[in-house]
Write a protein that binds this ligand. Structure first.
Ligand code: GAL
Length: 969
């Protein structure tokens, strides 16, 4: 077996479209014989005809290292072996697959027969009945072999030798797990004589004439011709290949994915295609479809399942696309390879704008300064072109695909340029995308990843200004291109912050066409723990020498596709309807952010809630509101504030659908807005209890520290002053805008804010209260925060606490937060809050949070991040009942709101633990009341915390009531 060439595979028929046909097919999926050898050098020569009875078995499709043959490995940019192209290492597992089978009579009825592989990682040699059919390269691409004279009526022996690594690995260094094997289906196809071997549907749409322009090229065996029927359009058995102008067709868009079922037939075969008419163009540096600008509200989608890797499951795929649609996602970049072919059908049907990306990434060469990069080496030219051909031909008939992407992170070179040229010639109806062409010479869109906000603004401004007189031709060309971010908002851990700020820029500049969050799903691998529980693992957990740790855990949904808070916030940022309520509640402004739809399918409801009780509600009459326009509607009298509320008076206006969609019942929220009038709580009167140094009414204190010990029998310790958080993934990384600084996590550690020490300065009882003054300082350094805490008795079960915090002038580090930390006995059971929720929020990650009276269960309090870190804050809280096993603590503000975090884990434990399943049970409840917080940013890729969300040392004050409520309350 040859696994160190620079050539594409061999022996396959030319790539062609995936077609739904009435010709017979036979699946060869199932249990195959399998054996793995540690190296090609030691793999047995007689593997094809040796008795395989004592080999193991393997499920096809599947990855062998997820089926007990070895273990998975994860690395991102780093190659797992020496960069020595085109050679793989000697230690390179070789999988031998064998299947003895009978071909079905239906397949055998045809003299022409094909054997199709939809995905083999990374290189294969394929034999049938002792005949070498050829080899494959391009793991996520389809390969078909002609087995006409070879397939027998009787037992057929299929033997496939697969190398985990090969020359192809240099072209497939995507950021994901190394998962070898036959991982997509294997199929036998009977091909009728005179059948339809290929089809190319060109379904253009002329928006000015409201006319579809259809041209279907069919490649028919033996040079025959095919006929076309589209019953719905009155097209009945006309010759394919003629250009048809069809007035009055409805165009396809992601918002209204109108498909017309068509049949193309010859005497021996009928093929069905679903046709979407649409025209993709660039005009005046704008991305247009059917003459209208579009906004890509996108995600990057890898194919990943926690126990099956990249093996396709139709239900999971459909469900996840429905989940995307429910969260207003309208675009997918198929990072970084063509997905399973059936996913394209789903994209067409459900409505997604798709960037279909070729299976190509040579990122490993970055570590050697791009020396020897295949993209620029003519020896690899055919391999590059072969990948592009297989991508385009397989998926060319899908309306959803609006751009072909050459691949990802392969630097630059003439081979990429050749791919672009070939694709443009073959399919001028779509745009070419490639982020790595920094000069934008051979692409149709200006694409970037993780460009910081300021640069996104600058790129938007650029096209509004005349070009400088010394602009190069390349710059001049780039100014004519629309801009998108093929990756932004790195969804790793707590985050991604500042998506709203990106979106505001995308909407502000006509050139901007949106972007794709990195990434949709966390690529964790699930294994069973000792008690049968599921554990999610990441890079390094399988003993890999070279790995990139938890960088593979960076999704808007977890590996099981449960939404992370980031998805909920992103959904609010990109919601198709924006609702803004005037400050005096006189009117609401409803902005239609669809590109094609009016709001006829939307109703607008309002609801006024005062101190948790609904006091009035209604529905507004919405005048016609065309795409990309805004209407204003008056609000009725009853929606307005009259008497001052105790906690808050909240007007919520929601736009909901009135008709069901495949992804959501009617009533689905497509936009919402609020106006919140914060309350003026009554100031409680001090009770008669005489304060002492160790007690104030119901509160008991430790005279040595001045700290609270119990409140009406509830054990509670604190407050201590805290400015640290358990570093998030983003805190551990450097934003691309501040590479000259250590990460926040390192800065905080150096400043000692993770280990602050408190000294009691003074304790004085009298004058109706107990005043505790403390100084909380960092070890090694002189930075400190002075606190003045005044405790007043107000009831049998409650105290008032007035807090003033004042930093000294020795601080040089920004803080994560400024808060008061309490520890209660017993695990948390949940919390009821009046504040922004229900999902967690931070200053730059709060778009979805709405003021409400939220009931949170124990598991809602924090986020079960695979790698533990700070999570679970709720901003703008005015009232909270924190339920624990030993009772409930009720905290309410007497003035300003606070951010609340309730966790079953201490920050120290979170910071010190590598996996969620390793967190110790601490049996306590950790409560933080934050008076200020830093944002979270997206520094793992992209900008860190934006300046306006950073937290330099500052003073703060708050007045609270703390009350013990019995556990049963
Ligand atoms: C990008 C890359 C992605 C992924 C991401 C980080 O540079 O294209 O594949 O690695 O960074 O998660």
């Amino acid at each position: 077996m040859e696994i160190a060439t620079t050539r594409p595979g061999s022996g396959t028929i030319p790539p062609r479209a995936r077609l739904h046909s009435d010709a017979p097919q036979q699946s060869l999926d199932g249990a195959w014989r399998f054996r793995v050898s540690p190296s090609l050098r030691t793999a047995p020569d007689e593997w094809r005809d040796e008795d395989a009875a004592d080999w193991g078995t393997i499920e096809v499709p599947g990855h062998w290292n997820l089926q007990g043959y070895g273990s998975p490995a994860y690395s991102n940019v780093q190659m797992p072996f020496p960069v020595d192209p085109p050679h793989p290492p000697d230690a390179n597992r070789i999988g031998d697959y064998r299947l003895d089978f009978h071909a079905s009579p239906e397949v055998l009825a045809h003299g022409r027969r094909l054997l199709r592989f939809d995905g083999i990682e990374s290189a294969a040699e394929v034999w049938l009945n002792d005949t070498l059919l050829g080899t494959t390269r391009g793991s996520r691409l389809t390969h078909e072999f002609d087995v006409s004279g070879i397939l027998a009526d009787g037992v057929n022996r299929l033997a496939v030798r697969v190398a985990q690594f090969s020359d192809a690995t240099y072209l497939e260094n995507q950021d994901m797990w190394w998962l070898p094997g036959i991982f997509r289906s294997v199929t036998l196809l009977g091909r009728p004589d005179g059948g339809i071997d290929d089809l190319f549907v060109h379904a253009d749409y002329d928006a000015t004439a409201s006319e579809g322009i259809l041209d279907i090229t069919a490649v028919v065996d033996q040079g025959g011709s095919a006929r076309l029927t589209i019953a719905e359009l009155g097209i009945d058995d006309v010759p394919a290949g003629e250009t048809l102008r069809i007035p009055g067709v409805e165009p396809w868009s992601a918002e209204r994915p109108r498909l017309y079922g068509a049949t193309v037939r010859t005497g021996s075969e009928a093929v069905t295609v679903r046709i979407g008419f649409r025209r993709v163009e660039v005009r005046d540096a704008r991305l247009l479809v059917n003459g209208a600008p579009i906004m890509l509200r996108g995600v990057n989608r890898h194919e990943h399942r926690p126990r099956h890797g990249r093996v396709f499951d139709a239900t999971v795929a459909r469900d996840e696309l429905l989940l995307m649609k429910r969260h207003h996602i309208n675009a997918v970049r198929t990072s970084h390879y063509p997905p399973h072919p059936d996913v394209l059908d789903l994209f067409d049907e459900l409505g997604f704008w798709v960037i279909d990306e070729c299976d190509l990434e040579t990122h490993g060469f970055e570590h050697v300064g791009w020396r020897g990069n295949p993209s620029a080496d003519p020896a690899w030219r055919d391999a590059f072109l072969d990948r592009m051909r297989r991508t385009v031909h397989r998926d060319k008939n899908h309306a959803s695909v609006i751009m072909w992407s050459l691949g990802n992170e392969s630097h630059s070179g003439s081979n990429l340029e050749a791919m672009a040229r070939w694709a443009k010639l073959t399919d001028p109806s779509r745009l070419i995308h490639y982020e790595g062409d920094h000069a934008s010479r051979y692409v149709d869109v200006y694409s970037r990843m993780y460009a910081p906000h300021d640069e996104v603004r600058e790129i938007g401004e650029e096209t509004l200004r005349p070009a400088p007189h010394d602009a190069t031709p390349a710059e001049m060309h780039r100014r004519t291109l629309p801009f998108l971010q093929c990756e932004f908002g790195h969804a790793m851990g707590t985050g991604p912050g500042a998506l709203q700020e990106y979106w505001d820029l995308f909407e502000a500049y006509p050139r901007h066409a949106g972007g794709f969050v990195w990434e949709w799903v966390e690529q964790g691998i699930a294994v069973d723990g000792p008690s049968g529980e599921t554990r999610i693992l990441y890079g390094g957990d399988f003993g890999e020498d070279v790995h990139d740790g938890n960088f593979v855990i960076d999704g808007l949904v977890d590996a099981h596709r449960n939404p992370r808070p980031g998805l909920l916030h992103y959904a609010a940022v990109i919601a198709p309807v924006a609702v803004n309520v005037d400050a005096d509640r006189s009117a609401v402004h409803v902005a239609n952010r669809y590109d094609f739809l009016g709001l006829a399918h939307v109703a607008v409801h309002w609801r006024r809630v005062v101190d948790g009780e609904v006091t009035a509600s209604g529905t507004l009459d919405l005048p016609p509101c065309p795409p990309r326009s805004t209407v204003s509607v008056d609000l009725p009298e009853e929606s307005r504030t009259d008497a001052a509320p105790r906690v808050a008076d909240v007007l919520t206006v929601e736009a909901v659908t009135t008709v069901a969609a495949p992804w959501a019942d009617a009533g689905h929220v497509v936009g919402s807005g609020q106006h919140v009038t914060e309350g003026h709580p009554a100031q409680p009167a001090a009770s008669a209890a005489e304060p002492r140094e160790d007690s104030v009414g119901a509160a008991r204190f430790d005279v040595a520290t001045g700290g609270l010990q119990a409140l009406a029998g509830l054990a509670i310790a604190g407050p201590t002053v805290g400015v640290w958080r358990a570093p998030t993934d983003n805190d551990r990384d450097l934003g691309n805008d501040e590479l000259d600084l250590p990460s926040y996590a390192d800065r905080w550690r150096a400043a000692g804010i993770d280990r602050m020490v408190t000294r009691l300065v003074d304790l004085s009882a009298g004058d109706g209260g107990l005043v505790v003054r403390t100084r909380t300082g960092t070890p090694i350094l002189a930075s400190a925060i002075d606190a003045r805490l005044r405790w007043t008795a107000i009831a049998d079960d409650a105290v008032r606490l007035d807090v003033e915090l004042e930093p000294n002038d020795a601080w040089t580090t920004e803080w994560a937060r400024l808060g008061l930390d309490f520890v209660l006995d017993g695990e948390p059971l949940g919390a009821d809050i009046a504040g922004y929720g229900p999902m967690p929020s931070y200053p730059d990650l709060r778009s979805a949070a709405r003021f409400g009276w939220w009931h949170l269960d124990a598991d809602d309090l924090t986020v079960d991040n695979v790698r533990p870190q700070e999570s679970g804050s709720r901003v703008g809280v005015r009232d909270a009942r924190i339920r624990t096993r030993s009772g409930a603590l009720h905290v309410s503000t007497l003035d300003r709101s606070f951010a609340l975090t309730v966790s079953r884990h201490s920050r120290q434990a979170l910071a010190a633990t590598a996996h969620n399943w390793e967190l110790p049970a601490e049996g306590r409840t950790f409560v933080s009341i934050d008076l200020a917080q830093s944002g979270v940013g997206t520094a793992t890729c992209g900008p860190g915390v934006l300046p306006r969300y950073r937290l330099p040392a500052r003073s703060a004050a708050i007045s609270l009531v703390l009350r013990h409520e019995p556990a049963s309350a």
